[in-house]
Design a protein around this ligand. Structure first.
Ligand code: ACO
Length: 430
C-alpha cells in the first residue's frame, strides 16, 4: 500500500501542503520537498546533509542501525568471502554478477587499460619527492583528461564505460608510480599475466636489482580490503564525484575531486590517522588517558577509526577487516603490538558510557591500517589504497548519474552576513 502524503501546515501563511513520501526498495521513507519553495516559499536547512537524500540510487544499501551493507542486493559478508574485487567492480558498474564469459571480457578490458601514457610519468616526476601521495594522486588523475580526451563524449554510453574502465585500470599504476617517485625507484610497468592486486603489488615493490614474487597472502588481503572499500553509497567523496559530474565535467576531473574529498581525516584519511594515533598511544597503559581525551569536549582529539555518520552499530566492514588482520598476521607469522593496542582500545571504548550512548563503533578504517602496515605499505599511502578501491564506487555512481541525471547540484544557504549597506569611499572610512 502506498504511503499517505505528509501534510504540513504553515501557521504563518495559513497554507497547507501535501508532501509525497518517496520509498525505495529498502530503507527509511523519505519526504519529497521539491514543491516547498514554490508552494510555501521555504527552503530546508540541513547543514552536512544529515537528513537529506541527494539522489536515488540502485547501487548500494546501508542500514546503519542494524549494521547492514549490501551492494546491488548482495551482503558485504558474502562478497568478502566468496567474490573478488574485480567481480565486485563489475557488479557495482553493471548491476549484476557477471557470467563467466562476461567476467573474462571485463578482466581482459581492465588488464589492457592498465598502462598509462609515458608522459604521465614525466608529470608525476615533476612533484617533489616528499609530496604527499594523495596530492600527487589528485593531480595525476585530474590530468588524465589531458591524456585521454580522444573518447570523452559524456553523451556516448561507450565512451562513458571506457572512461570508467580506464580509471579502474590505471589507478593502481598511478598509485604505484607516486610511491616509486617518492622512493626514487625507476618506473614499473603493469604485467598482464598477473591479477589486479598481484599486478599492483608487483608495481609497488619490484625493483630491477632483484626478482620479486608477489605473496599470495598479500594479494588475497588486498583483494579483500579493496572489496570492503569499493563503495559506500553517498559518502562525502562519492557525493563530491556526483556533484562535479552534475556540472557535465569529465569523469577524470570528478574522480580527482573525489580523491581530494577522501583525503580528509574525517573520511578516508582516517586510516592513516588511526595508525598515527596508535603509534602516539604507544602502550596499552596509555589507552584510558586517550579515551579520556576523546571524551573531553574541550579537546579536539577524536578516537580515529571510531564513529560513522550512518552506522550507529558495528560497521560490518570493520568486523571483516578485524578478522582478516588476525589472519594476515598469523599467515605472515608475525605479530604487531599495534593490533593488541587497537583491540584493547576497542574493548574499553565499547564499554565506555560516552561511546555507548553516542553509538560510536569501530569503522572500516580502524583495522585496515594494521594489515597495510604488515604488508609493507607506508602510512602515507594508506588513503591511496582506499582511493584505488573506491574508484569503482565513484565511477559507478558517476555512470548512474549520467544515465539518469539530476539537475546540477546546487544547495541553497541561510545567509547570515550583513544586511544591505552602502559603499563608503576609502578616504571616508575613518
Ligand atoms: N571520538 C570521540 N567522539 C566522537 C567521535 C570519535 N571518533 N566521533 C563522534 N564523536 C562524538 C562527537 O563529538 C559528537 O558529540 P556531541 O554530540 O557531544 O557533540 C557525537 O559523537 C556525534 O558526532 P558527529 O561528529 O556529530 O557525527 P558525524 O556523523 O557528523 O561524524 C564522523 C561522523 C566524522 C565519522 C565522526 O564520527 C569522526 O570524526 N570519527 C573519527 C574519524 C573517522 O574515523 N572517520 C572515518 C569515517 S569512515 C569513512 O569515512 C571511510
Amino acid at each position: 500500500m502506498a504511503d499517505k502524503p505528509v501534510i504540513i501546515s504553515d501557521e504563518n501563511s495559513g497554507k497547507q501542503l501535501e508532501l509525497p513520501v518517496v520509498r525505495g526498495t529498502a530503507g527509511e521513507p523519505t519526504l519529497s520537498i521539491k514543491s516547498l519553495p514554490k508552494e510555501l516559499g521555504y527552503f530546508t536547512y540541513d547543514p552536512g546533509f544529515t537528513a537529506t537524500a541527494s539522489c536515488s540510487s540502485a547501487i548500494t544499501f546501508i542500514d546503519g542501525g542494524q549494521g547492514i551493507l549490501r551492494h546491488r542486493g548482495y551482503p558485504i559478508e558474502q562478497l568478502a568471502k566468496q567474490s573478488s574485487f574485480l567481480e565486485v567492480a563489475y557488479l557495482l558498474l553493471k548491476g549484476d554478477l557477471p557470467k563467466a564469459s562476461e567476467y573474462a571480457e571485463f578482466e581482459r578490458d581492465i588488464t589492457y587499460h592498465t598502462m598509462v601514457h609515458e608522459k604521465l610519468n614525466t608529470f608525476i616526476s615533476g612533484f617533489h619527492y616528499d609530496a604527499h601521495p594523495m596530492a600527487m594522486m589528485a593531480g595525476a588523475v585530474g590530468s588524465l583528461a589531458a591524456f585521454y580526451h580522444d573518447r570523452l563524449d559524456m553523451n556516448d554510453p561507450e565512451h562513458r564505460m571506457l572512461a570508467a574502465k580506464r580509471m579502474i585500470a590505471k589507478m593502481p599504476t598511478i598509485a604505484a608510480a607516486c610511491y616509486r617517485h617518492h622512493m626514487g625507484w625507476p618506473s614499473a610497468y603493469p604485467k598482464n599475466r598477473l591479477s589486479y592486486t598481484e599486478r599492483f603489488l608487483d608495481m609497488m615493490f619490484s625493483v630491477p636489482a632483484e626478482d620479486y614474487e608477489v605473496s599470495e597472502v598479500a594479494a588475497r588481503a588486498f583483494d579483500l580490503l579493496f572489496i570492503c572499500h569499493a563503495d559506500h553509497e553517498q559518502n562525502a567523496s562519492t557525493s563530491t564525484v556526483r556533484l562535479v559530474g552534475s556540472t557535465g565535467a569529465n569523469p577524470y576531473a570528478a574522480v580527482s575531486a573525489g580523491i581530494s574529498a577522501l583525503w580528509g581525516p574525517a573520511h578516508g584519511g582516517a586510516n592513516e590517522a588511526v595508525l598515527n594515533m596508535l603509534e602516539e598511544i604507544g602502550d596499552v597503559s596509555k589507552v584510558p588517558q586517550f579515551i579520556q581525551r576523546a571524551k573531553d569536549r574541550n579537546d579536539p582529539f577524536r578516537l580515529m577509526g571510531f564513529g560513522h555518520r550512518v552506522y550507529k552499530n558495528y560497521d560490518p566492514r570493520a568486523s571483516i577487516i578485524r578478522e582478516a588482520a588476525h589472519e594476515v598476521l598469523a599467515d605472515l607469522g608475525t605479530s604487531d603490538p599495534l593490533m593488541d593496542l587497537a583491540m584493547e582500545l576497542e574493548q574499553i571504548a565499547l564499554k565506555d558510557e560516552y561511546f555507548v550512548e553516542k553509538r560510536l563503533y569501530p569503522n572500516v578504517d580502524f583495522y585496515s591500517g594494521i594489515i597495510y602496515k604488515a604488508l609493507g605499505i607506508p602510512t602515507s599511502m594508506f588513503t591511496v589504497m582506499f582511493a584505488i578501491a573506491r574508484t569503482v564506487g565513484w565511477v559507478s555512481h558517476w555512470l548512474e548519474h549520467c544515465e539518469n541525471p539530476t539537475p546540477i547540484g546546487r544547495p541553497r544557504q541561510v545567509y547570515t552576513g550583513p544586511a544591505e549597506r552602502d559603499y563608503v569611499a576609502l578616504k571616508d572610512r575613518g
